[in-house]
Ligand binder design. Structure first.
Ligand code: ZLM
Ligand code: CA
Ligand code: ZN
Length: 393
């Protein structure tokens, strides 16, 4: 309808299942799986499915989850019921076991199915990349970067990203993991701490006393021992409130460009958490949909096989805008889709402003004060370049 055609010479696959999107974390919990339905409806309204291979994903098996997660944890996760959740008004953050049952990681109906579908989505995407059947595989239902081997953390129960990267490592010698969620990608960093076959890079708000999870300082670059192959293979880009598109894009291209030259990855895993957008319920940055999307465009320009994952994103209309726009970038239709959201898009009334690219003023009452000086950003780039002198392949 908008002249969206299949890209010549390469294949994009879209992995999702409506079943995952029906789950609820609880009435006022910020994580709303329904944002995936809103994303898919926008992608469809723009006619993008015609340009992709579309797969309905399955649930990952216990054995697949067990490639990273401990059996004890999985056994508990698969049997825990919402009834096990303590109803303690005095202490709502009280967990039962494995960090489950508090207000961040509640036990809800169908939790295990939800987790295995998210992992199934990312694993299917990874297999399409490994087998060279897709050049870019999209898994908006994945990106749950905080989950640990033996516990849940920050709305994440199963680390689908770690599972997908483990799959990529069967075929690719080196994988570059990039995380533009506003939170630190701690679970993925920790999982690959001791290997030089994965380099992790997270851009995030860093304010240990007040902002989750409190890790990811500039100086944290992996194991301190030079004998450990993982040394220098964790890159952290700590940022403050209010960073703009211009600053973020310059920082992203300088850092990722240099990493690409020095590390020479054979595949990219990109976590596109949309809580780094302006006006996010939990985020603190001033990024617009264009600035967020520019990261996807830059990664695509490197010409490597790539998985793109979802992640955070707590203002559903903006999550849908960003992920629909990034889907259009993946298929190379970003210059052809109209800025005005199509009239026939379902839930059109959710998009208070009818544009794919709201201004900062449209995204929030008052844009956040920018607390990132250009001088500090130059120091960050210099530190990262210094780290990369130790890395060469
Ligand atoms: N309290 N309800 C990002 C994960 C961020 C830990 C402070 C819980 C919330 C938040 C939950 C309805 C990703 C913390 C927060 C209140 C201990 C966090 C339930 C509001 C609500 O209204 C809420 C009763 C809830 C949780 C806010 N939690 C905001 N920030 C973080 C986790 C995940 O985007 O990176 C990837 C998907 N948790 O700050 C507390 C310390 C729990
Ligand atoms: Ca991040
Ligand atoms: Zn986040």
């Amino acid at each position: 309808e908008y002249g969206i055609v299949r890209p010549k010479g390469y294949t994009v696959s879209y992995h999702a299942t409506p079943e995952m999107e029906k789950h609820h974390f609880g009435q006022t919990h910020p994580m709303k799986p329904w944002r995936l339905t809103l994303t898919k409806s926008l992608v469809t309204a723009y006619g993008m499915p015609f340009a992709m291979d579309n797969y309905v994903t399955r649930e990952a098996t216990y054995e697949e989850l067990n490639a990273f997660h401990s059996s004890d944890y999985l056994d508990y996760l698969s049997t825990a019921a919402p009834e096990d959740q303590p109803r303690d008004i005095e202490n709502p953050d009280k967990e039962v076991k494995y960090n489950l049952g508090g207000s961040d990681c509640p036990l809800f109906h169908g939790l295990y199915n939800y987790c295995s579908m998210s992992a199934g989505c990312s694993l299917d995407a990874a297999r399409k990349i490994s087998s060279n059947q897709s050049d870019i595989a999209i898994a908006w239902g994945g990106g749950l970067h905080h989950a640990k081997r033996y516990e849940a953390s920050g709305f994440c129960y199963i680390n689908d990203i770690v599972l997908a990267i483990l799959q990529l490592l069967r075929t690719f010698p080196r994988v570059l993991y990039i995380d533009i969620d506003v939170h630190h990608g701690d679970g993925v960093e920790e999982a690959f701490f001791s290997t030089d076959r994965v380099m992790t890079v997270s851009f995030h708000k860093y304010h240990p006393e007040t902002f989750f999870p409190g890790t990811g300082a500039l100086e944290d670059n992996g194991p301190k021992s030079e004998n450990n192959p993982g040394a220098h293979h964790a890159i952290n880009v700590p940022l403050q409130d209010g960073i703009t598109d211009e600053q973020y894009e310059a920082l992203f291209e300088s850092i990722i460009g240099t990493i690409n030259e020095r590390y020479r990855p054979s595949a990219i895993a990109l976590q596109c958490g949309a809580d780094s957008l302006a006006g996010d319920r939990l985020g603190r940055f001033n990024l617009r949909v264009q600035g967020h999307g520019a990261c996807v465009r830059y990664c695509k320009s490197l010409g490597l096989p790539m998985i793109v994952f979802g992640g955070g994103g707590y203002t559903p209309r903006n999550v849908a805008r960003a992920w629909a726009y990034e889907t259009s970038i993946a298929i190379g239709a970003d210059t052809r889709i109209p800025e005005t959201i199509p009239d026939h898009a379902p839930w059109r009334e959710h998009f208070i402003h009818d544009t794919l690219f709201p201004t900062l003023e449209q995204s929030m009452n008052e844009p956040r004060h920018n607390r990132n000086s250009d001088k500090r950003l130059r120091e960050i780039v210099a530190h990262v370049h210094e780290q990369l002198r130790f890395v060469s392949h």
